[in-house]
Design a binder for this molecule. Structure first.
Ligand code: 4AD
Ligand code: MG
Length: 434
């Protein structure tokens, strides 16, 4: 192919020119004298029109034999076409088949079961729906990092292998680590982000985190990505403000850059357009009262179940902060409430429309004695926290932070039924393949 290689999303700038595109054929219609080749190259899709008398006999015959997902190079002339999604059409002048499959592509137009699709995740990603979700995922991450960068935050990574349990002893992936030592896959990068906050002030870490969750729900993965800001001298209130502004920024930027993708997923944009500060803010006490009125039987003092979060958030048209949970249902590092030692200064941010928790955050316990007491109460090994306690020993400081589950945010923004579609390679109790 002698014409220059152009990506499909740039074709409109090449009207009337002869170009080459490299990609895959994802659909085809043919009459005796004309083939309509639907082509994609990752940047977009375009229809290639191949007329029998305008190409070599060989090219026309090759096109006739193409199976779906054949990889091809196609040469043609760019024509503007207002009806086409890409705004252009290609009048094909040449075809080079890179590889034509020997068998039918397994993912067809008919409805496939979810297990079949997940088994074929490596191919399923090529579908327009999965591409829309992954583009939104990329934008969510980009927007979050852009916001934090603009606000003066520094990205500082945390380890995946750790000897200090981050959240609690249940739900841990444990590994043998050389000479009789144990390591855990990080449930959170928070403890390290706290240390980094004492060095750099405003920081965040962002990476994969792991939970050996036995729960088979539409909200849980065993591996998920978490964005965790941590700020020195931020209290609970400033922490909440940061969460609100970050989430609003992400939604605003997804709406700005991914409208087509959201529409292709059938998302109701008006619901997302409402996501502007201030969000709702209620205490745990108030939330449990509301839940009881809504028919929940969760007793006061317990954590909310998935069902509770669903019914609670169906009552709201914007994200809602639930703050000050009972200490006994939350992690050891949260700061005791100054007016009630049974509560902690924490918040969960719940997404509306039944989506539930997307962020968990708190002010951190900066009092050495109380922190040690909590570590013991939780049955954690005090020795593995000596470095963490140093942060209270050498210049302790009020500080707060939170963790935002990326896949939870994507599932909500995209309006997905299940979190697994929000991850390119979802891991659940029953799935580590592909
Ligand atoms: O509420 P979590 O457990 O909080 C922490 O891990 C804190 N150490 C974060 C911090 O303060 N730096 O988890 C935070 C978020 C949840 O709100 C949820 O969005 C997500 O992580 N998350 C999960 N996402 C998918 N699958 C799971 N199994 C998840 N568990 C938590
Ligand atoms: Mg939580």
């Amino acid at each position: 192919m002698s014409a220059p290689w152009i990506y499909i999303h740039n074709l409109a700038q090449h009207e009337g020119e002869s170009v080459t595109i490299k990609g895959w054929m994802y659909n085809k219609r043919s009459s005796g004298k004309i083939h309509f080749l639907q082509l994609r190259d990752g940047t977009g899709t375009v229809q290639g029109v191949m007329v029998k008398r305008e190409v070599s006999e060989e090219a026309f015959e090759n096109a006739k034999r193409l199976w779906l997902e054949a990889s091809v190079e196609v040469e043609g002339t760019v024509r503007l076409d207002e009806r086409a999604p890409s705004g252009v059409e290609l009048t094909v002048t040449g075809l080079k088949v890179i590889q034509n499959p020997d068998e039918e592509y397994p993912i067809g137009k008919k409805d496939h079961g979810i297990d079949f699709l997940l088994d074929n995740r490596h191919l399923w990603l090529r579908s327009s729906r999965q591409q829309a979700i992954m583009r939104i995922r990329e934008r969510v991450i980009w927007a979050a990092r852009e916001y934090l960068h603009n606000e003066g935050f520094m990205l500082i990574d945390s380890p995946i292998l750790t000897g200090s349990i981050g959240e609690g002893a249940s739900g841990l992936f444990e590994l043998d680590y050389f000479e009789n030592d144990k390591a855990y896959l990080a449930q959170t990068g928070q403890l390290y982000a706290e240390a980094a906050a004492a060095a750099f002030g405003k920081v965040y870490c962002f990476g994969p985190t792991f939970r050996a969750e036995k729960s088979k729900t539409r909200r849980h993965l065993t591996e998920f990505w978490m964005l965790e800001p941590e700020v020195a001298f931020y209290d609970h209130d400033l922490n909440i403000k940061l969460q609100e502004n970050l989430v609003a920024y992400i939604v605003e930027h997804v709406l700005l850059h991914c409208k087509n993708e959201l529409e292709s997923l059938g998302r109701d944009l008006s619901k997302l357009e409402k996501v502007k500060p201030p969000f709702y803010r209620i205490t745990y006490d108030k939330a449990i009262e509301m839940l009881h009125e809504l028919g929940s039987s969760t007793p006061y003092g317990d954590d909310f179940g998935n069902e509770d979060e669903t019914i609670l958030t169906q009552q709201f048209d914007k994200p809602i902060f639930v703050e000050c949970y009972p200490k006994k249902v939350k992690a050891f590092y949260m700061k005791e409430h100054p007016e009630n030692p049974d509560l902690v200064l924490c918040d969960d941010l719940l997404a509306p429309e039944g989506y539930g928790e997307i962020i968990g955050g708190s002010q951190r316990e900066d009092d050495m004695k109380r922190l040690i007491a909590r570590i013991k109460e939780e049955g954690l090994n005090e020795k593995s926290y000596d470095w963490y306690l140093d942060l209270r020993k050498f210049g302790t400081f009020v500080h707060s932070g939170f963790g935002m589950g990326i896949e939870r945010v994507i599932a909500w923004i995209c309006g997905l039924e299940h979190i697994r579609e929000a991850s390119p390679w979802p891991r659940t109790i029953y799935r580590i393949k592909p």
